[in-house]
Design a protein around this ligand. Sequence first.
Ligand code: ADP
Ligand code: ASP
Ligand code: MG
Length: 475
Amino acid sequence: MLTLKFGGTSVGNADAIAQTVAVIAKTKKQDPSVAVVTSAMSGVTDMLVNSARAAANGQQQPFLDARDALYEKHMQAAQALIEDKKSLEQYERHVEELVRFFARLCGSIHVLGELTPRGLDVVSGLGERLSAPLLAAALQAQGVDATWIDATEIIVTDEQFGEATPIIAPTCERVQARLKPLIAAGVIPIVTGFVGATESGVPTTLGRGGSDFSAAILGACLGADEIQIWTDVNGILTADPRIVPEARTLRQLSYNEAAELAYFGAKVIHPKTMLPAVERKIPIRILNTFHPDGPSTVITSEPQKNGLVKAISAIRNLTLINVEGRGMMGVPGIAARTFRAVADVKANVLMISQASSEQSICFVVPQNRSDLVQQALKHEFERELSLHDIDRIYPVDDVAIIAVVGAGMRGTPGIAGRLFSALGEVHVNVIALAQGSSESNISMVVDRQDLESAVRAIHQAFFQNTRIPTPQLVS
Ligand code: ADP
Ligand code: ASP
Ligand code: MG
């Protein structure tokens, strides 16, 4: 039993979908029990989200344009892939209905002048409801029996719109009841990624990039032998190939290493994907749809000690917030109050660093939460600020975190030294630093402008220098 997930580029146009169909057909020959999860066509989710936001800001044109563009994009692919007139017409009716629904929703958002997280989830989840029936029809057209399933029927989540958490027991019950009979009958279910619904049926989404997570949830519920994430790169590489073209495929990673990399920006896999797989020890494999026999990465529970640093990841659009003051020394509860205030405004703290003198705490939050966080802190520490126990609460905007990840770093001296000499050589200033308690991660805050040169310099120092042991790689 295999669960396959195809990302936006793998269903981005007719050629890509034809390639995806070929991968699925070949897989089915090797293992007849297959379930598929698909993302929206590339660019579609962004288009939906941006149109809804513009509508809330009083602009109608973006959603009117998006309605036409969505229709065009999907029908153009459909015409190239679906020969049978009846199924093409059936798909066209579905597209028409959904784009009309989309325009109506955006019309209401425009009238109200407000976009709630709940409303946004209804809009942003439409992309997968357009792509899944297209992929199913394209498979049918090639003689592979497939049917599309709306995940709002099977993935049950809580009500945290925009970043909902699946509730495993009812989800597995529904997944098994709905998908197992299809799979047993030789039909491939093509399930919409990214979306779910609350117990009472209100649509939710699992967070951007969440289709990987959807696949892992289904894989766990179905007891899959492997969860395969099909994307546009040869697995997980030593760094983002858009920054380091020389980056190479990592053959094997542990769940923990993959989660750390993903958490710190390696977009190739959603950080939550590992959660459902860990307990059942289901391997997750990352492969390239456009190079199916090329190198791939497998993520398993086995810790790999060979090599020191496995990979480098980076995350942008962050702000470093500093809370500083001599009066903070030895005062209990400052850290607790700081992070309670931050949690109250629902800001995710990506990294924390405290000076050993206890005179300052700094931490990193997404830039779009920075103002809210500062307000909350100034309110929380009004008294301390007026007494000058806390001197300053201030932001450093436009920073990035670079994370260096590898279980083999544990207990190996000299890594930090090598890291800083590499950065020193390219004149990159490290603004703050933290080492994960697992010792398999060192993360650094640098100026946004230094991000690319810093990642390249670290990559050069650890992977392009033959004197240093490197992890198992394939080029
Ligand atoms: P999909 O649409 O298939 O889900 P994504 O765009 O979400 O694909 O993720 C794939 C992209 O992740 C790659 O094109 C690559 O630019 C980026 N990426 C970032 N870090 C890494 C890494 N360490 N290894 C591979 N790809 C990475
Ligand atoms: N389509 C969704 C997004 O763009 C989910 C995904 O691609 O994984 O975020
Ligand atoms: Mg993705």
